[in-house]
Design a protein around this ligand. Structure first.
Ligand SMILES: [Ca+2]
Ligand SMILES: [Ca+2]
Length: 397
């Protein structure tokens, strides 16, 4: 029960009923009281410090300047994005790093260099996909791009960078870009999230990509036979009625899951089904920031309801579905990084259903959750506009 009490304290003190995407309040994780000397263990290493109230031991791997996302290379090195535009190639132990690309991003507000994922055929293609915010005529929008990790002629760098897709329309402001990327298990499709840019109604607008999940080819073109084109939507749209989608991932059964930030309350974990309308801004289990009500999701309203939702909010910042062996009890579960809630959240996935599991207070805004090749859980602290750490979580005992 300790973690529940700890979380309750955080929720009360941090007014966590509002989503904290805009908040820059950052508290580093305090080191736990002096731990006994670590007993040698063959794997994994390094051993960590127990985190009170959680089943985890924590090792600090590295820190970064406002990190946003990460992924692992087959050789266990890591790619990490920093919001201001640097893409870093980081040694597996975190000790060394190299900037392999600097992207010209509009890093104001929530904009910046955002997600990074490997191509399904990375072993041969060396392709790396990423997203960022960029300005153009009429405003700003999220962009999908890719490059090739090249080290043939000296130090590794990201070469042959090409823009694949640009959200439309460009609008003012610096919020709710989303920009998360997931490939389908067969590698044929790229799912790309476009947030509604804090403009509400674009999520229901057929003529734009905002507030949508898109299904693209790996070249960034609309995939064939998407479900809403016949109804007049853009041909790349897979589902709509979304708000700010900061996590998207497939589970081992091939189900696609997506998390999004609700307004004042109403954060959602959704099962993404083709052609469905997820309701924003017409329905939400939260309410508007000005206090006005929004009708809740309700049976028969025509909108796809979330499989799990949160009030007070957790401010979901990153999504990972665990498939490793280091935490056998969590295999198949979803892990969500909480921003304003400063927590790591676990959700039980059972087929196409989900139920809330644990919410561990960790004392820092969590932007990204990733599974390591060793089965450890890696989290990136958000850092606001300053330093955020990469932490490696292993079983506490
Ligand atoms: Ca990632
Ligand atoms: Ca919804």
């Amino acid at each position: 029960m300790l973690y529940r009490l700890a979380f309750a304290a955080v929720a009360l003190s941090a007014a966590a009923a509002c989503n904290g995407e805009d908040s820059a309040a950052v508290q580093p994780i305090a080191d736990a009281p002096a731990a006994p000397a670590p007993t040698p263990s063959p794997s994994p290493s390094p051993s960590g410090t127990p985190v009170a109230g959680t089943p985890f031991a924590r090792a600090v791997i590295a820190d970064f300047d406002a990190p946003w996302a990460m992924t692992f290379l087959p050789d266990r090195r890591m790619l990490v994005t920093e919001k201001k535009g640097d893409l870093l190639l980081v040694a597996a132990d975190g000790a060394t790093r190299r900037t392999i690309a600097t992207i010209d991003v509009g890093s104001a507000g929530q904009g910046g260099l955002m997600d990074v994922v490997l191509a399904p055929d990375f072993a041969t293609s060396k392709r790396v996909y990423f997203s960022y915010s960029a300005a153009g005529q009429g405003g700003k929008g999220v962009v999908l791009a890719r490059g090739v990790l090249s080290g043939d002629a000296g130090p590794e760098r990201l070469a042959s960078i090409e823009t694949l897709y640009r959200a439309t329309p460009l609008v003012t402001g610096d919020g709710h870009y989303s920009g998360r990327i997931a490939f389908s298990p067969d590698g044929q499709y790229l799912f790309f999230t476009n947030g509604e840019r804090q403009k509400f109604t674009p999520a229901q607008d057929k003529t734009g990509s905002l507030g949508k999940v898109l299904r693209l080819t790996p070249d960034g073109k609309p995939a064939a036979n998407n479900p809403l084109a016949a109804q007049g939507f853009l041909p790349e749209v897979w589902s709509y009625g979304h708000r700010n989608l900061l996590g998207i991932a497939f589970d081992a059964q091939g189900n696609l899951w997506q998390q999004e930030m609700g307004p004042k309350g109403g954060d959602e974990l959704n099962l993404v089904l083709p052609g469905r309308n997820y309701g924003w801004p017409n329905v939400s289990n939260g309410s508007n920031y000005d206090g006005s009500d929004i009708p809740d999701h309700a049976p028969g309203d025509g909108y796809e309801a979330p499989k799990a939702w949160w009030n007070p909010v957790i401010s979901p910042g990153g999504l990972m579905i665990y498939s490793g062996d280091l935490f056998p009890q969590y295999k198949g579960d979803a892990f969500i990084g909480g921003l304003s809630s400063q927590s790591l959240v676990r959700v039980d996935l059972n087929g196409t259903n989900a139920s809330k599991g644990d919410q561990w207070s960790v004392g820092a805004r969590i932007r990204e959750v990733e599974q390591g090749p060793d089965g450890a859980i890696y989290v990136l602290e958000d850092g606001g506009d300053s330093q955020g750490r990469l932490l490696r979580l292993t079983p506490a005992s």
